[in-house]
Design a protein around this ligand. Sequence first.
Ligand code: BDR
Ligand code: CA
Length: 324
Amino acid sequence: MLPRKIVIDCDPGIDDALAIVLAHGSPDLEILGITTVGGNVDLAGTTDNALRLREFLGFADVPIAAGSAGALLRPRVNAAEVHGASGLGGALLPPATLPVTGGHAVDFIIETLRADPGEVTLVAIGPLTNVALAVLKEPRIVDWARGLTILGGSYTRGNFSPAAEFNIAADPEAAAIVFGAGWTVTMIGLDVSRSAVTTEAVADRMRAMGRLGADLLIPCVEFYGVITADGGPAIHDACAVAYLIDPSLITVEPAVVDVETAGRFTSGMTVTDFRLGGRTPNALVGTSLDTGRFWDLLLATYAQVARTIEDQSPDLARLPSPSS
Ligand code: BDR
Ligand code: CA
């Protein structure tokens, strides 16, 4: 089967970075472009991180376009206390030498979907500002997209507030536009991604991954949270990418999702109604993750990326080959 074509809209971001490594390493996905949005850190930071990741991982041919710096109607928020001042925790990737693609991320999204109707899936793992602006500027993207999968929202607890998840709370008006656009949003939220925890056993496997482990994965996850035998930081964004590689990893259920934009205590809440009552669902909402198989996929893919990086740097210590 041909790989699924994707555009990743993101705000790297520790877990965005780990999602990008997964997408890059998966033979089942083809990244047509990466678009950036202000979120975990400001737009300059998220864009710089995307550029650094591209060169560190070695996919220089994939365009990267910068997008919206902040929310449609609200003051900017960030999560630098979670992701570090740079946005990539303790990772110190070399500065990028190649620039962003000219043009705005919103136009990149529209033109990429227009060029290949029915074939390109949008994966949004940051605030939904770019996606909302793309819908407003060219409503036909809703029909052109093969799908939209987001990491965002929650039908139980929030992380930005008791009720709201960060990506939705950062720009609730944008999220409301996206959920109301007429397509079916695959919403992989905290209800699922909170299970994707990096345990000590997972971190040990990452530590054996040469430069990928030492320069990116470990400085990211160790900054992101305390790793224990059965707990650790949750790699939220990678869940959305993993779902596209293997949908059987995450159970999804149809629902009607409305985004709260006015609530005094609940702004950014994804009010999720599984009781359809004859209504057409606007979302498929993730309800559970097969955590064991999720990590099997990630670690196998990361190991392959790690070997490729070592092969590109033969002067550095080589990793064992898969057969040794
Ligand atoms: C989401 O918020 C961001 O901090 C992460 O990158 C992820 O996209 C989790 O709530
Ligand atoms: Ca993110």
